[in-house]
Design a protein around this ligand. Structure first.
Ligand code: SAH
Ligand code: SF4
Ligand code: F3S
Length: 461
């Protein structure tokens, strides 16, 4: 019998990408075939995100599309997995297309849920009842799942994510993550290093360590408290692993000096820090339950720039948080100018059910104002990015090649095995250049001949 085909579509952050990779790997081993195509799939899984309303709306519109396919092929099995599955649980079965609902903290059960649905044509559900309650047994199941399957990214050769922490305990007022991913749990450093070694044996060259506040990682074992810096030292010792990145950092002093020292001292640790500020006003930071002031944030950034020469900083901002006046917004603009980020991600505030902000504050900033502030902040950043990118003109950078570029950036046409390739530098600059497909997953040197705010263009040297 032919293997059943599973299509997995992924919305959301790197955590979700990692989960999708794990699920694909587990299903592959259970005898399923992973397919890039929805039309011929026997099973479609949607890995979902709840962070903003828009993210959930996109899932519903995809489900609408699947409902149509299912009218023609009633035997098609549709599963909603991930953060939205945890948030909405059984409610999702109200949607005609849905057969399986499985939260992010229950993903080891997916192969079993699919087999159940295939056998009996019935709905199957796995969500964590009390998501904020510590659950050692489930943690162990997640850990074993993580160790059993590969997290090497199928579409990006030589790269893998490694989760070092699950969940989040920060409870920023606007954020749904603590309610869908559960309490913060750091993984045993031994397990992390073993996983990194296995990935290196599979040919992985770059590992990105993941955690919602990755710099707050801590694990006590053998009479020692391990922090992120210790994990960086251990992973740096693994031959074959060339670059180590970590995302996302929370602005705090805790372990900060050790981490900066590891970045500065270890050549394999990339000089890239993604540390969201969210906004540039103390009043607003307090309302958001972010535990730092603007000055503290700036001091942390200054320290990073001093100790780690060449470091590039990325950040996130939320515009239109309740009661954000023009003056408060000006604080964000001013912070962006002072930090001189490599790039920022700007999000329009979206009230999330169950969060403090949704319960106690009114979403009083209009869509129009949110949109304008979003564009304004991005425009300020674009100028800074443009300047920073411009400094690369004529220089040669080392790039880990991802593969053919999806967008046609250059005029070079993809023929005679000559492609527009895209890759990233250690500092996370995106680089576009011409070359052969076989370079995917390799390190190359590229001489920069042209720049734009978000992309460097060049030629192989
Ligand atoms: N744990 C990471 C990121 C989590 S979500 C961190 O704390 O840095 C990614 C980004 O989404 C956040 O940094 C924030 O800028 C944005 N975000 C989270 N909740 C949001 C909401 N309700 N509305 C708009 N943006 C939000
Ligand atoms: Fe959300 Fe804050 Fe946790 Fe990040 S640190 S996941 S923004 S609660
Ligand atoms: Fe990530 Fe979205 Fe979940 S940002 S943790 S996939 S809510």
């Amino acid at each position: 019998m032919n293997a059943r085909k599973v299509n997995i579509k992924c919305f959301g952050c790197q955590m979700n990408k990692l989960d999708s990779t794990l699920v694909a790997s587990a299903l592959g081993r259970a005898g399923f075939a992973i397919s890039g195509n929805v039309e011929n799939a026997d099973i479609v899984l949607i890995n979902t995100c709840s962070v903003r309303r828009h993210a959930e709306q996109r899932v519903f519109s995809h489900l609408g599309h699947l409902k149509h396919i299912k009218q023609k092929r009633p035997e098609l099995i549709v599963g909603v997995i991930g953060c939205m599955a945890q948030r909405l649980g059984v409610e999702l079965f109200e949607h005609k297309a849905v057969d399986i609902v499985c939260g992010s903290t229950q993903i080891p059960k997916i192969p079993e849920l699919i087999n159940k649905a295939l056998g009996k044509q019935c709905q199957s559900l796995a969500v964590t009842e009390q998501i904020r309650k510590p659950d050692n047994k489930n943690d162990k199941a997640l850990d074993d799942f993580e160790s059993a399957y590969s997290t090497a990214q199928q579409n990006l050769s030589s790269q893998a994510f490694v989760r070092i922490m699950r969940g989040c305990n920060k409870f920023c007022s606007y954020c749904v993550v603590p309610y869908v991913r559960g309490p913060e749990v750091s993984r045993n450093p031994k397990t992390i290093v073993e996983q990194a070694k296995r990935l290196s044996a599979q040919g992985v060259k770059q590992i990105t360590l993941l955690g919602q506040a990755v710099n707050c990682y801590k694990y006590a074992t053998c009479g020692k408290m391990y922090c992120l810096a210790d994990v960086l030292y251990e992973i740096s010792k693994i031959s074959g692993i060339e670059w180590v990145k970590f995302i996302t950092s929370y602005p705090t002093d805790i372990f900060y000096d050790q981490i900066l020292q590891a970045m500065a001292g270890l050549t394999k640790v990339c000089n890239y820090l993604h540390m969201p500020a969210q906004c540039g006003s103390d009043k607003m930071l307090k309302a958001m339950n972010r535990k730092y002031s603007v000055n503290k944030y700036l001091e942390l950034i200054e320290r990073a720039k001093e100790r780690v020469p060449g470091i590039e900083i990325a950040g996130d901002f939320i515009v239109g948080y309740p009661e954000e006046s023009e003056e408060i917004f000006a604080g964000s603009v001013s912070l962006v100018k002072k930090v001189r980020y490599k790039n920022i991600f700007v999000f329009k505030y979206s009230p999330r059910p169950g969060t403090k902000a949704e319960k106690y504050a009114q979403d009083d900033i209009s869509q129009e104002v949110k949109r304008r502030r979003n564009m304004e902040l991005l425009a300020v950043q674009e100028e800074i990015s443009g300047h920073l990118a411009g400094e690369f003109l004529g220089k040669t950078v080392r790039v880990l090649v991802e593969g053919p570029s999806k967008k046609a950036h250059l005029e070079a046409e993809n023929k005679d095995n000559h492609y527009q390739l895209v890759g990233r530098t250690a500092e996370d600059w995106i680089v576009v250049f011409g070359g052969t497909k076989e370079l995917a997953g390799e390190f190359v040197d590229v001489k920069i001949t042209k720049t734009s705010p978000l992309t460097l263009f060049g030629e192989l040297t």
